[in-house]
Design a protein around this ligand. Structure first.
Ligand code: FES
Length: 104
């Protein structure tokens, strides 16, 4: 797992964090925080460099959009969802962890 500060996140300004060697894109939308794989499933672009609209993040390279809540593809050319990570919040402290390891 990895930890960061909620207050350090700007609204709709994704940041890239490292989770045990996996790049993760963390995005704040209002009081909610979402974490998805940072690497676009279409090619090798970093999603945290993309633009966020509502609950969608747009890959800067070819324009695919992913739902921050589910990791599902909203707009092609990507066709494979990206992994979603668990975000838990305790005051200002956010903990990002893998859903897979959370399930054992
Ligand atoms: S690399 Fe993201 S849409 Fe092509």
């Amino acid at each position: 797992m990895t930890q960061l500060s909620f207050a350090a996140l700007s609204e709709r300004k994704p940041v890239k964090v490292d989770l045990n060697g996996t790049p993760v894109c963390v995005t704040r939308v209002g009081d909610e925080v979402f974490a998805i794989a940072d690497t676009c499933s279409h090619s090798d672009a970093s999603l945290s460099e993309g633009d966020v609209t509502d609950y969608k993040i747009e890959c800067w390279l070819h324009g695919a959009e992913f739902d921050l809540r589910s990791g599902e593809v909203v707009t092609p050319p990507a066709s494979i969802p990206v992994e979603v990570f668990e975000v838990s919040r305790n005051g200002d402290e956010l903990t990002i962890s893998s859903r897979k390891s959370a399930q054992g």
